[in-house]
Design a protein around this ligand. Structure first.
Ligand code: PMP
Length: 350
């Protein structure tokens, strides 16, 4: 008998990482452009001395430190191999074939992938004309079979943010059988005081999980660590579906050291958000449409011109993330990197 690979996986979209071109300015993956602080690199080097040993299975030290740092009890926390892993584990914990997962579209490209992996149905609710979540549309899309709703705040790739009042209204209206996964991967770049802190929203709510990451503001994209704050029965299930020892020894040590260095790391966000406003302002002056962003990237809804824009930038060794037929997402880098992007954008013939 021949092997039988699951036929439904053939329609699964691939997760497309940013392109790596030697010598290029890389603004494609929403990373920070600054290397980790010396203390974090030293912690990684220390941990490297013991790589012949498995890491702590339950991330014990990291769990204790994250619990202190975030201010939630350990039983409400789950640590994972990047926040994308927690998105996947949350789906595995909540959904099986026949269930539905609702999310805005376009949003983070992993949502449909993790949904289809478990055989659940992805229900995409189009963004509004101003590139924001259509919360009423998402509520209307919920059925008895819906188990999870993803809400990215700010949204990737549009950078748009949901305000506290509208999100609270939404959470109040979501039926009890649905877990809302509030993905705050870019929370540290939020400057609008009207945007909520998901952890404050989570207090006292039993159907909300908040997902955060050390990949972005904390500068550890290459090590893959994230965490979820959720009701204890959910975190217990999320741990059960985890791959044993998934978060490696270097990653665990680095995340602890990053929390110890939080003041320095978080002080690096303000220059990024100032650059975000400068880049957006210059793009708008050039005549581009750019929605206001609360993240470390901006969105250019170029539609059919996206491919040409991407080619033009690549020719000038600027790598961004193109969503063909929709738009371009450009990470905010160092001022000189942003200047290289702006110079290329200026000479694009729209
Ligand atoms: N959520 C959102 C909205 C993202 O944009 C990303 C990264 N692109 C992630 C989660 C995953 O980040 P990580 O797995 O590195 O924590």
């Amino acid at each position: 008998m021949a092997l039988t690979v699951r036929a439904d996986l053939a329609n699964l979209p691939d997760y497309i990482p940013g392109r790596k071109i030697p010598g290029a300015v890389v603004l494609s993956s929403n990373e920070v452009s600054t290397p980790a602080p010396a203390a974090v690199l030293a912690a990684i080097a220390d941990a490297a001395a013991d790589v012949n040993r498995y890491p702590q299975m339950a991330n014990d030290d990291l769990l204790v430190r994250t619990s202190e740092y975030v201010g939630v009890p350990q039983d409400r926390l789950a640590i994972g191999c990047g926040s994308v892993s927690l998105c996947q584990q949350l789906i595995q914990a909540m959904c099986a074939e026949g269930h539905q997962v609702v999310f805005a579209w376009r949003s983070f490209e992993a949502y449909p992938i993790v949904t289809q992996i478990v055989g659940a149905e992805a229900v995409r609710v189009p963004l509004t004309e101003d590139y924001r979540h259509d919360l009423d549309g998402m509520l209307a899309a919920i059925t008895d079979d819906t188990r999870v709703v993803f809400v990215a705040n700010p949204n990737n790739p549009t950078g748009t943010g949901l305000r506290t009042a509208e999100l609270e209204r939404f959470l109040d209206a979501v039926p009890d059988h649905v877990l809302v996964v509030l993905d705050e991967a870019y929370r540290e770049f939020v400057t609008d005081p009207d945007l909520p802190d998901g952890l404050e929203l989570a207090a006292g709510r039993e159907n909300l999980a908040v997902v955060r990451t050390f990949s972005k503001a904390y500068g550890l994209a290459g090590l893959r660590v994230g965490y979820a704050v959720a009701p204890p029965e959910v975190t217990a299930a999320v741990r059960k579906v985890a791959i044993p020892f998934a978060v490696n020894r270097l990653a665990q040590a680095a995340a602890v050291a990053a929390m110890d260095a939080a003041e320095e790391l978080l002080s690096r966000c303000a220059p990024v958000t100032r650059e975000r406003e400068r880049v957006r302002g210059e793009l708008v002056d050039m005549g581009y449409e750019v929605p206001e962003s609360q993240a470390n990237f901006v969105w250019l809804p170029l539609g059919e011109r996206t491919a040409a824009f991407n080619d033009h930038l690549l020719a000038q060794k600027v790598v961004i993330r193109a969503f063909l037929g929709e738009g371009a997402r450009v990470t905010i880098g160092l001022p000189e990197e942003n200047d290289a992007f702006l110079a290329a954008a200026r000479t694009f013939d729209r």
